[in-house]
Design a protein around this ligand. Structure first.
Ligand code: SF4
Ligand code: SF4
Length: 203
């Protein structure tokens, strides 16, 4: 048989309970509001916030990614897919031997931990402050290389294009290439299906 609840002697008289309850309400009314009016008001993220990734370029526009797949191996969520390919003198995307021909990050899997950034040997992969990644489609959450590749700053020429004259791959990492060489023009991306005869854009 259940025991009778003991009298503590601390119960307030019935008419005081609502007063105590409204006391809490009134106190809360005058506290500083913590509600953020998102998305109308965007909050500034911390400088080292882990947001959407970016594939970076050298100062002349060639890509930093060498297609080594180290980022994919480092990823604990198996969110990165990379296919490397060989550069040629006629179609060059990065200063070295290889480049990232296919690059995808699946944001349905990514936990934005940054381990891929740590693994990248060329600083090709970094993270931006962009955090609005939600989407109703799984397919849209797989970002392609074209979406992740950084835009062109002033003076850059889009890849593929030839290496800076008189330099080698290491000179790019020594900081000796600071802009595109005068007269640098974009090469035809034959491997991507561009036709030189029709487009007429050759090196
Ligand atoms: S941030 Fe983390 S989870 Fe996302 S792709 Fe990089 S390693 Fe994978
Ligand atoms: S982003 Fe970096 S780690 Fe990943 S494939 Fe490219 S060079 Fe290698």
């Amino acid at each position: 048989m259940a025991e009778e609840p003991k009298e503590t002697g601390q119960t307030k008289p019935g008419f005081q309970n609502p007063v105590a309850g409204f006391g809490v309400t009134f106190k809360a009314m005058f506290k500083k509001r913590l509600t953020e009016q998102y998305p109308e008001q965007q909050k500034t993220t911390a400088p080292r916030f882990h947001g959407r990734h970016q594939l970076n370029r050298h100062p002349d526009g060639l890509e930093k990614c060498v297609g080594c797949e180290l980022c994919a191996w480092a990823c604990p969520a198996d969110a990165i897919y990379v296919e490397g390919a060989d550069n040629t003198d006629e179609e060059r995307y990065s200063p070295g031997e290889r480049y990232g021909a296919v690059y995808q990050i699946n944001y349905a899997r990514c936990i934005l931990c940054g381990l891929c950034i740590e693994a990248c040997p060329t600083r090709a992969l970094t993270m931006t402050n962009e955090f609005e990644l939600a989407d109703s489609s799984r397919a849209n959450l797989i970002y392609t290389k074209e979406q992740l590749l950084a835009g062109l700053d002033e003076g850059m020429v889009d890849s593929p294009h030839s290496i800076f004259p008189g330099t080698d791959e290491q000179d790019y990492y020594r900081g000796l290439v600071t802009e595109a060489a005068p007269g640098t023009v974009r090469q035809v991306a034959v491997s991507k299906g561009e036709k030189p005869e029709e487009e007429g854009v050759g090196a």
